[in-house]
Design a protein around this ligand. Sequence first.
Ligand code: NCD
Length: 310
Amino acid sequence: MRHLLSMDALERAQIERLLERAESFEQLAQRPVKKVPALRGKTVLNLFFEPSTRTRASFELAAKRLSADVINFSAAGSSLEKGESLKDTILTLNAQQPDVIVVRSPHVGAAELVRSWTSAAVVNAGDGTHEHPTQALLDLYTLRRCFGHVEGLSVWIVGDVAHSRVARSNIIALQKLGASVTLCGPPTLIPPGIEALGATVRYSLDDLHQADVIYALRLQRERIDQLPLPSLREYAACFQIDERRLGSRQVVLHPGPVNRGVELSSAVIDSPQSRIGAQVQAGILVRMAVLYELLAPAPAPQQANVREIA
Ligand code: NCD
């Protein structure tokens, strides 16, 4: 793997290899000193042109746990825009000779553009409404920990599918690992033709009991000019996952940040059926695995595992 730009570009075997690698880092997370020298001397540049709490912090922590040096560049508040200015920024930061550039941008295709301007490996940490591959990987990891497998699971992705890069990466990733995907939300938030990606579409939660996993999405208000809904209250009445709608064996995921009381009720967020905390923990392990796969020296015939590199 040279870059990680989309789930689309990953084969099932590569996904499984990344998940196994992430699992091998699990024991490290239990140690008092959570650090190995695997990426000593390597530099990771975190380039965030959009707000982020979880993704940015976990890429930073993942890099540090592997002993890489980290530079955080945030464009918040600056007048940086797509196009030339992004190119100039990359060319300038390239002079610091990063080995990996992790990039988040509001623009579809930004990570691909960055890849064309640098010799560093590039990781897409979310490009507009397009893809967010490490989020899908951490979701797969969470489901494997929860059910032991992803194959055969029925996953309902509920909410603002139209503006969600998380939905897109997950629709692709879940199916590559053998899950079936149902997309559910108001017609204004389900893009026409999305069935072409292999998912089923529903416009009500009537059959939600069929789901093993309910994946709730935030309304991406920063990407919506005018709310395509009568009101948030009406949205919640029709699509909020609350204790009344949640079956006793169903598991709830959400990429965060959650709007309490909109897509999920407070009781559901705080219930043992919610795996939102596990998703955040998986984020560090999966991002360690991605950085390791991109940067660690080519493995000897027998693949290195965490015991050998510790
Ligand atoms: C998601 C994102 O930024 O796409 N969040 C995340 O990475 N944890 C989803 C969201 O912002 O709703």
